[in-house]
Write a protein that binds this ligand. Structure first.
Ligand code: MG
Length: 261
């Protein structure tokens, strides 16, 4: 009896696998009701929009929103009081620098899915260690932090170093440059989705290149990146601002642009 049951189970499993395989034929069917022509698998409409890429890789393509080009902080406001201008300083019409103690800054505009390019440099003067060294961060939708830290020859917890999703995902590698050099982040961010009743439908996802090196490969963001406690999604939300962290260090930023996806 047992062997009959086993045989029946094997046949059933084999049938399931066979029928699943039939959904994805590896070769065209031998008999087709209609001979295929090349144009039958060509899709023409709608036409793919044209974007003019920058002459130099890392600069903004034609459809990007310029969030910072070195000249002014017009796209940013104070996070503590969004009616006030961003309190950080512009240096040599080239980059901005955190003014420690003045608080986070945030974009005037709100965003969801996006491609973000951002350049940053740790403070020229190396001070402190670990999390106290060149700490800042970019918060997507004001909640999910991609860590900025001087992780050049400096150790801290792996899920809190540069290019980590703070206390969530460590980067695949440490691609940090020295404090005298500029770093780039190129990010593809997918916002979380929520059901009508406010529960999470799908979590946020993120891909990050640090100085051209893949460091986060389409990872799931497991919720708001709290300093203390397990991360979660406490509430549904829509598009929101991107914020930059004042963690008491003179971190510098330049060339920030974004494409809505
Ligand atoms: Mg930080």
């Amino acid at each position: 009896m047992k062997s009959r049951i086993l045989w029946f189970s094997l046949v059933t499993v084999a049938h399931i696998f066979t029928s699943q395989a039939q959904d994805y034929p590896s070769t065209p069917p031998e008999v087709s009701p209609m001979p295929m022509k090349p144009e039958m698998t060509e899709i023409w409409e709608p036409e793919v929009p044209v974007v003019t890429p920058a002459k130099m890789l890392g600069n903004a393509p034609s459809d990007a929103i310029i969030l910072f080009d070195g000249s002014n902080l017009d796209q940013w406001v104070s996070k503590d009081d969004p009616t006030k201008p961003a309190p950080w300083k512009i240096v040599e019409n080239d980059h901005m620098e955190v003014v420690p103690g003045t608080g986070y800054i945030q974009t005037k505009m709100k965003f969801g899915d996006c491609q973000l390019h951002l350049e940053f440099s740790a403070p020229d003067e190396v001070q402190s260690v670990g999390q106290g060294r060149g700490n800042s961060g970019v918060f997507f939708q004001d909640r999910y932090e991609l860590q900025i830290l001087d992780s050049y020859n400096s150790r801290t917890y792996r899920n809190g170093q540069a290019a980590s999703i703070y206390k969530d995902h460590a980067p695949l590698v440490n691609a940090m440059r020295s404090p005298m050099e500029w770093n780039t982040y190129d990010v593809v961010y997918t916002a979380p989705r929520f059901k009508e009743d406010g529960r999470l439908d799908s979590p946020a996802r993120i891909t990050v290149f640090h100085n051209g090196v893949l460091v986060q490969n389409n990872v799931t963001i497991n919720g708001q990146t709290y300093y203390i406690g397990l991360h979660n999604y406490p509430e549904a939300h829509g598009d929101d601002v991107i914020s930059l962290q004042d963690h008491g260090n003179k971190t510098q930023f330049r060339n920030i642009w974004l494409r809505k996806l």
